[in-house]
Design a protein around this ligand. Sequence first.
Ligand SMILES: *Cc1c(COP(=O)(O)O)cnc(C)c1O
Length: 394
Amino acid sequence: MRGKLRPVGSRVPMPIDHERPEFPWESCYRTQFMGSGTEALSVAIALSVKLKPGVSSPEAIIPAYGCPDLVAAIISQGVKPVLADLKPDSPWMSASAVSKAVSSSTVAIVGVGFLGIPERFASLLRVCREHNLLLVEDSAQCFLPASLSDPMADCVVLSFGRGKPVNLMGGGALLFRNDSTKAVEPLLAKYPLELRKTGLVWRLKRWMINLLLGRTGYKVLELLPLGIGETHFHELHEIRRLQINEELLTAGIQNCCSRPHADVQYDSELSELELFGWKLLTKTCKREPSELRRRFMLRYPVLAPSRDIRDRALRDLNAAGIGANALYGRILPDIKGVDAHVMAGSYPMASDFAARLLTLPTHEDVKVSDIAVARDVLIALARHESDSFKRDSA
Ligand SMILES: *Cc1c(COP(=O)(O)O)cnc(C)c1O
């Protein structure tokens, strides 16, 4: 059986023996491990409500294209998610859309790092300071978080789920500033504490999961009717604090920071696509050069010239054994279950982004030869499109 390169997911590490580990954010933020990234975000939202008392129906601003867990976390605290459209051809919230979304009921802005591209926190911070809002960095997809180099966010959310940069088979963390400890601790005390051991059962599960990450394992998984990779909305019903083996997280961080940077390879191999109207987001959403070296791209995002070309590219890439996908595929109000919790509205830039986005794998098993296969498929399609366009217009 010919295998398939999985779209995302890195191997679960083994804890490394160590003295008490120090996390890279410890000079600015305290760490509370939580049951998941969604649970950590929910506590951040609870904090924003607490810090702005007297707001009768609080609201939090999030991007109109994003993970449905954002909505689950926000509504779990009785807060209303308010969506902001995106800046054209980017995963960032548009500055004017954010300004328009702010009202006297707003308590927080959640800036979401997209597959390793951080939000533009400096401009979000200005809005937050002006209106007394909490700035949350959702860094579930972005490791290390942007707030490490410049600690602008009041809280940072990390996820250690399976498709995330540091895969510990679940769990998450809320990072909060030392000076907000007094406000955060009573909020946290409400939630039960669960101990996560890395014993025999954990080791067996780790072995199974790492096995399924391989090309044959992934192909088998995909053939089963499990709905792998589909986007669903799940309400958040339970919030727990976790006590984890901190040496495991240290191993996960080392593992993540030492992975090869497939995005650098894609940048050069796919540059011809730019001549055909494709956008390479790692280039167009330019980050600081120093950040580029340190941050792991969870997937490699490109924008096709149209939805039709994107869909054909996905078909061709998957037929060639490359696990490419469209990520969420639609804007938040169009995801089943989310629609009941957000205002319907028009988010033209987010809709366009959802229609044209294609993501390619970047994990540790992506070989130079896989990137060459992706390049050949995409460039053949782009050239073919451009030829038939010329024929039609002749
Ligand atoms: C996955 C994800 C979450 C939720 O994290 P879990 O640990 O799966 O609950 C939140 N925000 C973003 C941007 C994510 O990608």
